[in-house]
Design a protein around this ligand. Structure first.
Ligand SMILES: [Zn+2]
Ligand SMILES: [Zn+2]
Ligand SMILES: [Zn+2]
Length: 153
């Protein structure tokens, strides 16, 4: 599932949007045909259908590749602070958002030295999700090693 387009300060080019979720590419993965989707959208699709979501060509999970230049393009786009409804007028690059949120004075709780579960919850959930997606990807390339890791998690 990509990033919500309404979070971005400027309209996002269609090339940076995922045709599966209609949102802005998160961890873009490309199919052998060159079509690009979010990892979180394409992996479950590829596991079930084994065909490009745009119906152009068959695909195998082992053929999917991260598209690092697109990922860094998206990371450089300006997004509004999560706390803009609470009055923060800042826009920051997506990759700088976690640092800004940790320091934003419009955040829900006063700053403290220890990251509490309430404050960084969103980011934590997201990284656990990405971990699972990559484990899922590994299951298809290296079943035995990935399975033992999944059991550990
Ligand atoms: Zn997507
Ligand atoms: Zn395709
Ligand atoms: Zn802010």
């Amino acid at each position: 599932m990509g990033f919500d387009p309404s979070r971005f300060a400027a309209p996002v080019a269609a090339e940076l949007q995922c045709k599966l979720c209609g949102r802005v590419l998160e961890e873009p993965l490309s199919a052998p045909c060159g079509h690009v989707f979010c990892a979180g959208c394409l992996l479950p699709w590829a596991a079930r259908r084994r065909l490009c979501p745009l119906r152009c060509r068959p695909l195998a999970i082992a053929d999917l590749r991260p598209v690092l230049p697109l990922r860094s393009l998206v990371q450089k786009l300006e997004v509004k602070c999560d706390y803009s409804p609470r009055g923060c007028g800042r826009t920051v690059r997506l990759r700088e958002l976690p640092a800004h949120l940790a320091a934003c004075r419009y955040g829900p709780e006063p700053r403290s030295g220890l990251p509490g579960p309430g404050r960084s919850g969103g980011a934590v959930v997201r990284s656990v999700l990405m971990q699972r997606i990559f484990l899922l990807a590994q299951i298809f390339t290296d079943p035995w090693e990935a399975k033992s890791q999944v059991e550990k998690v």
